[in-house]
Design a protein around this ligand. Structure first.
Ligand code: PHE
Length: 345
């Protein structure tokens, strides 16, 4: 039996010599050290031995098991260490490689333009305010001096909100001008100087020049002795800060029910400096906003006495401002979500 045992030990150790991977080492263990195998087989023969022989053989069996287990442990450690060293060599980090640039998000061009507009008017003493995107017909039109069924309403094709019968007529606001009434009613009879940025909606045919949703920034100043000269000075300062020291503006007579007199304001085309080009349709001027002196009826609706108070108001489209500033050819880019467009800003 002992001879058999030594034979098995010799063979096991010889096989172990040749092992180079952890996987074949595990196979070796299940061959020699598991509950079934040559050594377990030999142990079973112990029953036939005499009582004197049994302890000697038993000890010998244990000694062989221990020696194989020891050899196994040592080789296992060695193989694992080797494998780790190979992995480390293979996965080594090359700290001299250039880094990959992380893609960074950025602000939407409209947001950037809004922030620029807000910065300029804050510096001129205007507070930034917001007013609701959904308004009653009363606020969107009536209080702004649009008579019922007046053709001026056709300037702004309107989305109406479905309401239960008997409720007041409700609309998606077609401009930020109803914010004028909200602001005046909040501040009257104190003077007020606010800008009101926000989204507006019109039932437009979507084209390169018009979208169903767009932003406006309303401006309103009401106080004693406010004149058209203040409006002009404020807007000239805005144009200078937005477009640079060369910027020039002009007023053209126009019509809005809520201002009297009303004007449209053009900026000299920055692409051709007024010589005439495709962008300004060869006129040398680009329309940037609508404005005027607040109509006495609107002042009254806001809570001011038009005999004592006067004011100016203007409304500009930041998308339009950005289109002109960056030479963008189609307003539909703004809400397209197209990264090729957005990443340019
Ligand atoms: N609300 C006008 C529009 O949307 C613009 C405007 C605002 C005109 C304030 C005059 C004064 O066309």
């Amino acid at each position: 039996m002992i001879e058999q045992l030594e034979q098995v030990e010799k063979q096991a150790l010889a096989e172990l010599e040749a092992i180079t991977t952890v996987e074949s080492l595990r196979t070796w263990r299940s061959t020699y050290l598991a509950k079934v195998g040559p050594i377990a087989e030999i142990s079973r023969g112990m029953g036939k031995l005499s009582a004197e022989e049994r302890p000697r053989v038993g000890q010998r069996i244990n000694a062989v098991k221990q020696s194989l287990q020891g050899a196994y442990d040592a080789l296992e450690q060695k193989l694992i260490a080797e494998q780790r060293a190979r992995e480390l060599e293979h996965d080594r980090v090359d700290v001299t490689l250039p880094g990959r640039p992380a893609p960074a998000g950025r602000l939407h061009p409209t947001t950037q333009t809004l922030r620029e507009i807000e910065r300029i008017f804050s510096n001129l003493g205007f507070t930034v305010w917001e007013s609701p995107e959904v308004e009653t017909d009363e606020y969107n039109f009536g209080l702004l001096n649009f008579p019922p069924d007046h053709p001026a309403r056709d300037m702004q094709d309107t989305f109406f909100v479905k309401m239960p019968p008997g409720s007041p007529k409700v609309v998606m606001r077609t401009h930020t001008s109803p914010g004028q009434i909200h602001a005046m009613r909040k501040f009257a009879p104190e003077p007020v100087r606010v800008i009101l940025p926000g989204k507006c909606y019109r039932m437009e045919q979507v084209t390169a020049r018009s979208e169903m949703m767009f932003y406006q920034v309303e401006g309103l100043a009401v106080g004693e002795n406010i004149t058209m000269g203040d409006l002009k000075g404020t807007l000239q300062e805005f144009a200078t800060q937005m477009y640079g020291p060369e910027a020039t503006i002009r007023f053209r007579p126009s019509y809005f029910p809520f201002t009297e007199p009303s004007v449209e304001v053009d900026a000299r085309c920055f692409l051709c400096s007024g010589k005439g080009c495709r962008m300004c349709k060869y006129s040398g001027w680009l329309e940037i906003l609508g404005a005027g002196m607040v109509h006495p009826n609107v002042l009254r609706n806001g809570g001011y006495d038009p005999e004592r108070f006067s004011g100016f108001a203007f409304g500009m489209g930041p998308e339009r401002i950005a289109i002109l500033k960056y030479g963008i050819d189609d307003i539909r880019w703004f809400w397209s979500g197209d990264l090729r467009f957005l990443e340019q800003f």
